[in-house]
Design a protein around this ligand. Sequence first.
Ligand code: MN
Length: 514
Amino acid sequence: MKAFENYEVWWVTGAQLLYGGDAVVAVDAHSKEMVDGLNNSGNLPVKVVYKGTANSSKEVADVMSAANNDPRCVGVITWMHTFSPAKMWIHGLQQLHKPLLHFHTQYNAEIPWDTMDMDFMNLNQSAHGDREFGHICSRMRLRRKVVVGHWTDPEAQKHIAVWQRVAAAWADSQDMLILRFGDQMNNVAVTDGDKVEAEVRLGYHVDYTPVSELMEHFKKVADSDVDALVETYFKEYAHDAELEDKQTEGYRKVWNAAKAELALRSILTAKGAKGFTTNFDDLGTQDITAPDFVGFDQIPGLASQRLMAEGYGFGAEGDWKSAALYRTVWFMSQGLPKGCSFLEDYTLNFDGKNSSILQAHMLEICPLIAEERPRLEVHFLGIGVRKSLTARLVFTSKPDNGVTATVVDMGNRFRLIVNDVKCIKSKPLPKLPVASALWIPQPDFEVGAGAWILAGGTHHSCFSYDLTPEYWEDYAEIAGIEMLHINKDTTIAGFKNEMRWNEVYYMLNKSLYL
Ligand code: MN
């Protein structure tokens, strides 16, 4: 899969010299065969590279240190072929700063009942060795994923594939730069937070970027490039024929929206940023009638929609946590078919057991989740510093199951809140020309929405049809942050208890959090 071709995960086999050199030679051959088998399965998005057997403390420390220092390596898979005394893993595991997956598997599948002898036993000892290794990981309080299953089993391979995608996205977020054009929307609490802690804990960096700097890029956009992009819009999206009439206000708005997109892409590229936030009150010169006006004539919503589809993180109203999280969602789900988007809880639809929440935004929903071909439209938008006709893509999203997620800052920790949701068919919204989704939070509207609010969840979240809760479990484990998962089994009473227990856990067990 092309998206992850710059990454690899390393496989290190635990062994020892107790059984003699011949045994290690056999272990080595088995390991190679298993790694080849995984790579040839077609189920893994990231290549597995076999790094040999580790037979001593020094060999373990050397390979872990090399894993840290190789930018291609996004994580390490360990497997104890034979009994591998785990004290020899201590120094290496202390050094490892990349995601760890412990694969509890075995070279041999079924016991050869009639022929099994002690030599065979010694070569198929992961039942034994993986417990010794698991103990030292638990003893050292190491965060890791444990996958159990035969290496040829597609189910086991799928669990590894999930972890690989999360590990790759984790690597991507470690040098992630998010540009904030303007600040938070004034007085909004839930989208704000501790940017220093975010960099310590989650890796990404958030930079204030003056809108005047963005406008320097805007000024340099060539008209011919704008013309070409407008042509692309008309080819890609359904639209009224009159929108192509260059004499109309509608065409002028589409043209200006395309220029805004080129300016945003230009500054994102120049700074090597992976995401951005906007603020509808800060779009250039405040007074649009000023003789020296330089600014966007409308909220750059169409640009945000298209840049999200390209993989740029986006958060509206200065929401940098959502911008970073959306980039991670997009990155993890590369090559998966159904799509993802930044969304906002917009309005409630009370309808008994089918009560649901309309997800939308003023403009900024990613077209990757569209059910039909998006429609390019221009309508008046009366919010923010520009009250103006504004270009946008309009569509409804696919009815299907998905998962939405958000990160909030609880003051002493980040909390990841994940909710399984069921997207249902929405009715037409002729007077609300924005992209939208309509979903029933699981286990139902009452408990799902109630739990989300009790957890302090945002009105903004990052939604995906493709990612399952397992991705978020792996992400929270790698990041070392709290995860609350609202799903079919959630009850309010149980959820409240979980939050109370977590409160104590993160207060008392600071060492685990760190
Ligand atoms: Mn919003």
